[in-house]
Design a protein around this ligand. Structure first.
Ligand SMILES: Cc1cc2nc3c(=O)[nH]c(=O)nc-3n(C[C@H](O)[C@H](O)[C@H](O)COP(=O)(O)OP(=O)(O)OC[C@H]3O[C@@H](n4cnc5c(N)ncnc54)[C@H](O)[C@@H]3O)c2cc1C
Length: 458
């Protein structure tokens, strides 16, 4: 009997199939990978039905929540794509400071719901990202230095396994599945239908200072950020991209944000940026503005993500001195791709007050996080800009301690994203929970770890 599924089921070639396949990837660079079937799940039973359908048709399973994977790791040949974008239910228990959220809800939507109640959850820096992929791969959040990767605030999951069973997993029930759900990202081997999360009181003040410099100040600014990044309690987002302010040449924008209880404390924290050796060269500044994360996303980060463009992302964790990174960066400045291509640098690890990490698959972090994104329009430029990002990140490999799955480019540049020990444990758990290999895995794996790599590089 055909499994009962309430939501739409579209087979390759059906009317609307191609629209849905394209919509499943947030940017215009939709890869030539074609699921055999797309199931738009309406509820958890539909997910069970989709898993049964995959078995019946001899297909693998790929999962999409918000479709914000840069590499579209959810678009795979020979699969049933289970689309969870309609699973969006959220509950909040204010007294217990806990909640539940389904994977299709966007972080920015959750954040707005919570803000009205004076609550906070560490959601990502951009508006479109859904909780499903974001929480499974870690979750690099606003104020994330104070809360750790967002998956640390996940206390449990409901999931549908490769056997089509609905299970709960937390520290005591199915703890190994729960361990994997906090960091396996696109290599997770079940479908999460609900996250159980901790909520926090919202900090009273969010204050931001911005400084804008021409590329001629880059060396001094980056060197300064490397020096103070670890010790400042403020969150740094240092961004380089072509901008009208510099007549289309690369512009360096330093956005520093303080999350505090009082404005006085925030101003004090942000005063450190006035000591930047390049201060006098700043073209313009906006100092000590009281704001909120929604506004920072809308006006600060979102404009760099244009869904009409084709994108490639790559990244690294590092604690290198900027002098080591400068020669490659100097080369990049000479050939910077068109806007909104950009490089971001965040300060992250090693600061006072960083919460201790529990045992979880997520296991590679460092003091600083660099992510490089190229954006272009013409498919004829795919190779050119893929190489630009991949080769420049490869040049930094001697100084990298790993990558984050958030901005992975595993198909072109496989690199360490969890510790070797955790990768082995993930492989063992996959074999136990998904013995028939129903779920697709990461698009690439670090050298020396050859099991299960999938995908074709450009
Ligand atoms: C514009 C933009 C801004 C971003 N900003 C941030 C940021 O600030 N911080 C950050 O940490 N990341 C950020 N990211 C990266 C983003 O968090 C990851 O790409 C994440 O995987 C996206 O989640 P999604 O559900 O939208 O993606 P999807 O593409 O739907 O999912 C990605 C992968 O996760 C797995 N997956 C998704 N949902 C489920 C589920 N319910 N069950 C099982 N597996 C599932 C699948 O394997 C899938 O291939 C950003 C990405 C973009 C494009």
């Amino acid at each position: 009997m055909t499994p009962r599924i309430e939501g739409r089921v579209l087979r390759r070639g059906d009317y609307r199939y191609e629209n849905l396949r394209r919509e499943a990837c947030w940017h215009a660079g939709v890869p030539d990978r074609y699921p055999e079937l797309i199931v738009l799940a309406n509820n958890e039973d539909d997910v069970v039905g989709a898993v049964e359908l995959a078995r019946r048709e001899g297909l693998q399973i790929a999962v999409r929540s918000g479709g914000h994977s840069w590499s579209a790791s959810h678009l795979r040949d020979g699969t049933v794509l289970i689309d969870l974008s309609n699973l969006r239910h959220v509950t909040v228990d204010r007294d217990a400071m806990t909640g539940t959220a389904q994977p299709g809800i966007k972080g920015s939507e959750l954040s707005s719901m919570l803000a009205g109640q004076g609550l906070f959850f560490p959601t990502g820096h951009c508006s479109g990202v859904s909780l499903g992929g974001y929480l499974l791969q870690g979750g690099f959040a606003w104020a994330g230095r104070d809360y750790g990767p967002a998956c640390m605030s996940v206390t449990g999951i409901d999931a549908v396994t490769a056997a089509g069973e609905q299970v709960h997993a937390d520290e005591t029930e199915n703890p190994d599945l729960f361990w994997a759900a906090r960091g396996a990202g696109p290599g997770f081997f079940a479908v999460v239908t609900r996250f159980y999360v901790k909520l926090y009181p919202r900090m009273r003040v969010t204050m931001n200072s911005s400084y804008f410099w021409p590329a001629s100040a880059a060396y001094e600014v980056y060197r300064f950020v490397h020096e103070i990044g670890r010790r400042t309690p403020t969150e740094i987002n240092l961004l380089c991209s072509r901008d009208p302010m510099t007549d289309g040449e690369p512009l360096i924008a330093l956005n520093a944000t303080a999350f505090t209880d009082t404005e006085e404390e925030a101003r004090e924290q942000l005063s450190v940026y006035e000591s930047c050796p390049a201060r006098a060269q700043a073209l313009t500044t906006r100092l000590n503005e009281v704001t909120d994360t929604g506004t920072l996303s809308r006006f600060g980060t979102d404009p760099h993500y244009d869904e009409t463009k084709r994108y490639l992302a790559d990244n690294m964790w590092t604690h290198a001195s900027f002098d080591d990174l400068w020669p490659n960066f100097e080369e990049m400045l000479k050939t910077w791709p068109p806007a909104p291509s950009h490089l971001v640098l965040f300060n992250w690890g090693g600061h006072e007050g960083q919460p201790p990490r529990p045992s979880m698959a997520y296991s590679v972090e460092d003091e600083l996080y660099y992510a490089l994104y190229s954006a272009w329009t013409d498919p004829a430029d795919d190779k050119k800009y893929t190489r630009w990002v991949t080769d420049h990140m490869r040049a930094w490999e001697p100084y990298a301690s790993g990558i984050q799955l958030a901005d992975e480019n595993l198909i072109n540049r496989p690199y360490r994203f969890v510790t070797d020990e955790n990768l082995r444990r993930l492989d063992d758990l996959r074999a136990a929970w998904d013995p028939d290999g129903m779920f697709v895995s990461w698009l690439g794996r670090p050298a020396g770890c050859s099991t299960g790599a999938e995908g074709t590089a450009l």
